[in-house]
Design a protein around this ligand. Structure first.
Ligand code: CO
Length: 446
């Protein structure tokens, strides 16, 4: 069962080399399960019990299932992100070297580990904006084959290579694309992959990705490795949980995947944007909820911000907190930070732990060492737009922001199970301090 879900995760990662692909794949799966596509530019006519999704920028997605009653009492939201650190192609990227090589001009997208990008087959995927008569349309593009490589400098030419190497992205990280004859070929290859003609390409958003397929490994096949586990592992589990959840009779279930988390979330489709607020507001207005009813629903809502967490590293146990030490295959990690880089507080941790206890899903905890500054995530940024009771969680992993990350085979299933329980649960918040958590459908008192 757990291995089967992990295999499904690998299939999803394999066909999602860019955020645009991840969102397109989620949209397809939602449609297969009866979710209807809505567009922000058009009117919505929502019906109680209806299932819908809306995308923004082609790289962020919000899906929601409404309760059968005329107005939802609250929203139960799980948020994750579609993007991962990589390199983005600049305009006119082909650079000729010594009239022999063509390499590509790229820039960093997010904060990646650079060293593991060397000496491995890479490819290019993203979207093309193409001219169709008087329209400009987006098309997915994926070269889908070993296309570029970033070769290391030999140890003989860099004797300090193993003594704390630093990399200059404008010098060291430009991928080799071909010999002299490759000049002018890149856009042809990308346009062909999208089924369009290169002359019609007006602009593009193209990224490198690691071609190495995901694998399940270890003495007892207890580990899984692949690119983009952060954070497509959580996005995948959130989607599977939504699709597995029983219809919630009182509360709207909201699956939310933002783009641009790795570059600060302050974009039109990022967690700090109005995307979630706009969708929740439109749901309320479309269902004829008054402003007060909407504010009451928001006050009683709960969000799970799901972004991967650091497992204790087998070679660097000293980097983890002394006591709060998450391990692979030991369940969902609840993330804490006193200065609120994670939104978790006692109340939201208690609600989430109680939910996991009832759903029989294991939980662990993460704190940064007190002398280390960790990463941040979606929850607190999203709260700046729409303030919700929020817990920050994630699945434990190693090598975060490498193009080949490692996680535990058991953990995806734990998050799918917790997500399904969360979406279907009756979480009621009363009088700013009383939280009721029940997996029994519709049994709750108001
Ligand atoms: Co992340």
């Amino acid at each position: 069962m757990n291995r089967e879900i992990t295999q499904q995760l690998l299939d999803f990662l394999q066909k999602s080399p860019s955020p645009y692909h991840a969102v397109a794949n989620m949209a397809k799966e939602l449609e297969d399960h009866g979710y209807r596509c809505l567009y922000e530019e058009e009117g919505w006519e929502l019906l109680p019990g209806g299932r819908y999704y809306v995308t923004r920028g082609g790289s962020a997605l919000i899906a929601f299932a409404l309760p059968g009653r005329p107005k939802p009492e609250s929203f139960q939201i799980m948020a994750s992100h579609s993007d991962s650190p990589t390199f983005k192609l600049k305009e006119a990227p082909e650079l000729l070297v010594d009239d022999r090589f063509v390499k590509l001009n790229v820039e960093k997208y997010g904060g990646m580990l650079m060293a593991p990008w060397f000496d491995r087959p890479l490819s290019i995927a993203g979207r093309l904006l193409i001219r169709q008569g008087e329209e400009i349309q987006g098309r997915l593009a994926d070269a889908g084959r070993d296309l570029v490589m970033i070769p290391n400098l030999a140890i003989h030419m860099n004797r300090n290579a193993n003594d704390g190497q630093s990399y200059n992205p404008q010098v060291d990280l430009l991928p080799l694309f071909g010999g002299r004859e490759a000049k002018g070929k890149l856009m042809t290859i990308m346009a062909e992959s999208a089924g369009v003609s290169p002359e019609d390409v007006v602009a593009s958003d193209l990224f490198l990705y690691n071609r190495m397929p995901g694998t399940i490994w270890g003495a007892n096949e207890e580990f899984v490795s692949c690119g983009r586990l952060d954070d497509l592992q959580c996005a995948f589990a959130s989607l599977k949980g939504l699709l597995a959840a029983e219809a919630n009779p009182r509360r709207a279930m909201v699956h939310c995947v933002f783009d641009n988390e790795e570059v600060g979330s302050l974009t039109r489709q990022g967690a700090a944007s109005t995307f979630l607020k706009d969708v929740l507001t439109r749901i309320a207005e479309d269902l004829s909820m008054s402003r007060e009813e909407n504010l009451r629903a928001l006050a009683g809502s709960f969000m799970v911000s799901a972004d991967n967490a650091h497992s204790v590293h087998p070679n660097h146990g000293e980097k983890a907190d002394q006591v709060n030490r998450p391990y692979l295959n030991e369940g969902i990690v609840v993330k804490f930070s006193a200065n609120q880089r994670y939104t978790t507080d006692g109340a939201s941790a208690a609600v989430f732990r109680e939910l996991c206890r009832q759903a029989e899903v294991p939980c662990q905890t993460f704190f940064n060492r007190s002398d280390m500054v960790g990463g941040s995530t979606l929850g607190n940024l999203s709260n700046g737009q729409v303030a919700l009771h929020t817990v920050d969680i994630g699945l434990p992993q190693l090598a975060m922001h490498s193009p080949y990350e490692t996680a535990g085979v058991e953990d995806t299933a734990s998050l799918v199970k917790a997500a399904a329980a969360f979406y279907g649960a009756d979480i009621a918040i009363r009088r700013d301090g009383c939280y009721r958590v029940s997996l029994e459908k519709g049994s709750g008192r108001p």
